[in-house]
Design a protein around this ligand. Structure first.
Ligand code: THU
Length: 160
């Protein structure tokens, strides 16, 4: 038996330490939480994706009375970005969330497994690392590529 450990590089920033471009993306993700449709969970998530052409595509979680029909902010945003600009890579996605009390979460929101998998495919399509910024009032996490959020990931290459 061999025991392995997988470590992931995770940077934690204060808002003031971020670049102007990253602040703008975080601000947009926060703004998008107010466009969320979350009458069931009361958890409002917003996302903003920066593309290599300079466009910023935004989205929020959209729920449904038939619960599984709803979609997370990350997938709403990436599917929209990839639909609008199929040949343009997404370089950074920022995600923010507000809880039932309407406050931004203290600890960064953690994207669900399905969103991580969609981020991975979006990164693969774009051909450049997709950086992830997760907003929390106590600190902002930066992951420089999707594999850091999804170690031992499954891609199309695994089927070869
Ligand atoms: N949600 C997101 O939009 N993104 C995440 O990273 C976590 C969860 C949404 C899905 C659902 O509408 C609500 O938050 C509660 O799970």
């Amino acid at each position: 038996m061999k025991e392995n450990k997988i470590e992931i590089p995770l940077k934690v920033y204060d808002y003031e330490e971020l670049s102007e471009a990253d602040c703008q993306l975080i601000d947009k993700a926060k703004e998008m939480t107010y466009h969320s449709y979350a009458p069931y969970s009361h958890f409002s998530v917003g996302a903003a994706a920066l593309l290599t052409n300079g466009e910023i595509v935004c989205g929020s979680n959209q729920e449904n009375a038939a619960y599984p029909s709803g979609l997370c902010a990350e997938r709403t945003t990436l599917f929209y970005a990839n639909s609008q600009y199929p040949d343009v890579a997404v370089t950074t996605i920022a995600i923010a969330a507000r809880n039932e009390s309407g406050n931004f979460v203290e600890q960064p929101v953690s994207p669900c497994g399905a969103c991580r998998q969609v981020m991975l495919e979006s990164q693969w399509r774009g051909g450049v690392p997709l950086r992830i910024l997760l907003y929390g009032t106590e600190g902002i996490y930066e992951l420089s590529k999707v594999e850091d959020l999804l170690p031992l990931c499954f891609t199309a290459d695994d089927m070869e």
